[in-house]
Design a protein around this ligand. Structure first.
Ligand SMILES: C[S@@+](CC[C@H](N)C(=O)[O-])C[C@H]1O[C@@H](n2cnc3c(N)ncnc32)[C@H](O)[C@@H]1O
Length: 362
């Protein structure tokens, strides 16, 4: 143990802690570099282009070579793009899937739209620490809704219809024949538009209380050219409690809600007795200790929670302040069982970097 005049510390532990903090700092700046690459179309220009020098990429994009070079070096040093020697940089197929193609589930690039939003959140957050009141999704402005859409849209677009729904064969059958569907916490309605295109005989209803998300939802419905999707502001119009719905979905949203148990009860009251509820939520463990010990997503999860998910859940006086890691399998089962659902299963066939999948039935 080394000794200073004031404090005793272990230099090896100190070194490790400093490295951890420096790693986070690197993550922050690399994340900003990713967002720059996306925003300026640099990734798009590199996709399928083979190995390029900074001069070639600068010519392709119209940017200044010196700036493009520094960006390329940062990308290669950050492990995102591949350096081929002789001042040439390449975007491999796998790198393109993550950084330059939002039509596949490995796409991550949209998540970095958080970069310009985080500063505003951090400015507001001291107030939340003092009052206990958090901020709704709408407090992030229109770019907040666009960020969520860019982050979660790739999975909703590419996996929901092709891979997730087939794990519930009766749901697919109902959708093909013509079913009534509610997506609660629908955000930009990417999932609904995907389902509406695949199942034109069915009728889809999206509920959300974020005006900015609903603007994006209406735009996506129009762009998708679908006439079987209807959008509702859930603060003004609740889900009808008439047991008329065949299928409900909650995709990455229950832990963001002030009162997820009320959503669960409303969904129970809306579903037919043989209805199905598909739930996507973060794959946490039961306790903080377990998350700390063996959940690789917990560093991301608790910090995202502070800035976004728990904040949203705490945005009203009596909000539950749940948050990103709050609804692991056991708690989710408790939540849906209390709301009256008698059947609950984790859909083991579906795997994801940070989500778990469930089906509940009345
Ligand atoms: C992380 S986003 C997920 C959006 C969408 N399901 C998706 O997969 O892209 C969470 C959504 O829950 C919505 N939300 C939060 N609290 C809500 C509430 N009480 N009622 C309805 N929607 C709510 C937010 O506005 C936001 O659009």
């Amino acid at each position: 143990m080394a000794t200073s005049t004031e404090t005793q510390f272990d230099p090896e532990i100190l070194q490790a802690k400093a490295e951890t903090a420096f790693g986070a700092l690197g993550g922050l700046f690399i994340a900003a570099g990713i967002h720059v690459g996306d925003r300026l179309g640099l990734y798009a220009a590199m996709k399928d282009a083979g190995a390029l020098t900074a001069g070639q990429l600068a010519e392709k994009t119209g940017y200044k070579e010196r700036w493009v070079l520094e960006w390329l070096r940062g990308q290669a040093a950050g492990g995102l793009l591949t350096y081929r020697g002789q001042d040439r940089f390449e975007m491999t197929v796998e790198e393109a899937m993550v950084l330059a193609d939002d039509s596949n589930p490995a796409s991550m690039v949209g998540a970095f739209n958080a970069i310009p939003i985080i500063g505003g959140i951090v400015d507001r957050i001291p107030q939340a620490f003092k009052t206990g009141l958090g901020y709704s999704f709408d407090s992030m402005g229109p770019t907040g809704a666009q960020w969520v859409e860019a982050f979660l849209g790739p999975w909703n677009r590419s996996m929901l219809v092709s891979s997730a729904l087939p794990t519930m064969p009766d749901v697919v059958q109902k959708l093909e024949q013509g079913a009534k569907v509610a997506d609660v916490g629908t955000g930009a309605a990417v999932a609904l538009v995907s389902m509406a295109k695949a199942f034109p005989k069915s009728e889809f209803h999206g509920y959300d209380n974020s005006e900015h998300a609903l603007v994006r939802a209406r735009a996506n419905i129009q762009e998708g050219g679908v006439s079987n999707v209807h959008i509702h502001n859930s603060d003004e119009e609740s889900l009808p409690s008439d047991h008329s719905f065949d299928f409900a979905t909650c995709l990455d949203c229950l832990h963001d809600m002030s009162h997820p148990h009320k959503a669960a009860e409303a969904i129970h009251a809306a579903l037919k007795p043989d209805g199905n509820w598909f739930i996507v939520d973060v794959d946490g463990r039961d306790t903080f200790e377990e998350n700390l010990a063996d959940n690789p997503i917990s560093g991301f999860g608790y910090n995202a929670s502070l800035l976004c998910c728990m904040s949203s859940s705490a945005c009203v006086e009596d909000g539950g302040a749940h948050g990103t890691m709050a609804l692991p399998e056991t708690k989710m089962k408790e939540l849906v069982t209390k709301a009256g659902f008698t059947r609950f299963r984790r859909i083991e066939e579906l795997e994801h970097t940070f989500n778990a999948y469930y089906e509940a039935r009345p």
